[in-house]
Design a protein around this ligand. Structure first.
Ligand code: DLL
Length: 429
């Protein structure tokens, strides 16, 4: 199941040759960007000083703040006439980051999405409902064009009106869905409440935010699907950077298009395979907005074991962003770890919120958890014991004391796009 068998199964030596050729081309392309002209000149680097792939470590990193400083078009390496589309990141903190695409970029991007979908057995016979935002977010149009390229029947349903979404899934015989894992969870809830049968559904493609193995199991059981993790970011086209294959043990990253490093975020040095660090990527086929050693902020690791289906190292499921990591009384916690613990407890529903406060100079974490109806009221309800159980599970896994509040099913917020489950109310120093 290959979309581009030659590129997906290149022998190591051939892959390295292509990577180096493309890296050199990228180094030429960035010369059209004022930021890089200066940055490379300051570091004493000209394209001819990069002779091997290992020489990449001579090149300085590019950070998200650099892109923000270049707002709006400072990182475009081609004349505006050649830019055929613009997307932006959500920009929750300050100005959004603008990304641009040439016609070749759009073609390369949709090819990558087609590779991912083909890898998990999706074909032109599938009916695909794309339940993400179709605006500036790259998830909507990105998947849309990839799916059309394969020849799937695409339903661009976007977000909102969950009952209508379910009706379409049922009536149109949808086989494949794409959305955030949080929305999929909500969808499964509404399907259950309304007794909607989704017998045609086979595959769920979920990404754009961290999620856990517990969520995967829950979604698979409730929706009767196989669920795959999909990773990407706007700065590297959007979705399509890495994707699980049918093994569902780590994500294949497309090494002919993305040169991957994992670094210690503090020192900037490479970490060993199997060790977690920040993912740094140099895209190799971007025309409109080439980047060098882009610090994604995402925490993952290169996996030591290979895969039978494709060459090149896989990356592990993204734990979170290094700047999403919570430091509670000196202990590092990722929201995805909390989710993993909670969803393994059968009485716990699928929604939670985390609040962090500073009380008497001490960090305090409060977790609000929805409880399944039958355990919240009625004969099976034993809230005091259950509360102690949740506190214990969290303490055992995170080595952290938390305050747990059990709340009624349906009372916490639902999310159509990326979930915002953590509210840090500590004052920043
Ligand atoms: O979220 C692109 C995308 C759309 C990916 C649809 C997958 C599916 P941005 O809005 O720029 O782009 O946000 C990128 O989201 O740096 C990660 O922190 C996070 N992220 C994306 N995919 C995953 C994932 C899109 N599978 C940021 N697991 C990235 C964990 C993810 N985090």
């Amino acid at each position: 199941m290959y979309w581009d068998k030659k590129m997906e199964t290149l022998k190591t030596a051939d892959l390295k040759e292509i990577q180096l050729k493309r890296l050199k081309k990228t180094l030429k392309q960035v010369q059209n960007v004022g930021f890089y002209q200066k940055k490379l000149a300051d570091a004493g680097i000209n394209p001819s000083s990069i002779k091997t792939l290992d020489d990449i470590t001579k090149i300085p990193f590019t950070k998200k703040q650099d892109l923000r400083d270049g707002y709006p078009f400072g990182f475009f390496a081609v004349p505006m006439k050649q830019i055929v589309r613009i997307h932006t990141t959500s920009g929750t903190t300050g100005k959004p980051t603008v990304v641009g695409y040439t016609r070749n970029d759009l073609d390369a991007w949709s090819d990558l999405i087609a590779r991912n979908m083909t890898m998990v057995g999706i074909t032109a016979d599938d009916i695909f409902q794309n339940m993400v935002n179709y605006g500036m977010f790259t998830g909507g149009l990105g998947f849309h064009y990839g799916a059309e390229k394969i020849g799937m029947t695409v339903i661009p349903s976007a977000t909102g009106n969950t009952k209508r979404q379910l009706e379409m899934m049922h009536d149109f015989g949808v086989t494949t869905i794409h959305c955030t894992p949080s929305y999929a969870m909500h969808l499964s809830e509404v399907a259950e409440e309304n007794h909607v049968s989704l017998g045609s559904l086979k595959t769920g493609l979920f990404g754009a935010e961290p999620w856990s193995e517990s969520t995967r199991k829950m979604l698979e059981n409730r929706l009767g699907i196989t669920a795959y993790d999909s990773y990407g970011l706007s700065e590297l086209f959007g979705p399509g950077v890495a994707f699980e294959c049918q093994e569902r043990d780590g994500l294949h990253i497309w090494h002919d298009c993305y040169l991957v490093e994992i670094i210690d975020p503090q020192t900037g040095e490479h970490v060993a395979d199997g060790e977690h660090g920040e993912l740094v990527v140099t895209p190799l086929v971007k025309e409109a907005m080439p980047l060098l050693r882009y610090r994604t902020g995402d925490v993952t690791m290169l996996m030591e074991d290979g895969c039978l289906c494709r060459r090149g190292k896989k990356i592990a499921r993204i734990t979170g962003r290094s700047d999403d990591m919570l430091v509670i009384r000196g202990i590092n916690v990722f929201p995805s770890q909390i989710e993993h613990v909670l969803l393994k407890i059968p009485e716990v529903g699928n929604q939670f919120m985390v609040y962090i406060d500073k009380i008497n100079h001490l960090d305090e974490m409060t977790v609000e958890v929805e409880i399944n109806r039958e355990y919240f009221s009625g004969e099976l309800a034993d809230l005091a014991n259950l509360q102690r159980k949740v506190v214990k599970e969290l303490r055992d896994a995170l080595e952290l004391r938390t305050t747990v509040k059990l709340v009624e099913p349906g009372s916490l917020p639902r999310f159509e796009g990326k979930a915002k489950r953590v509210i840090d109310r500590r004052e920043k120093e």
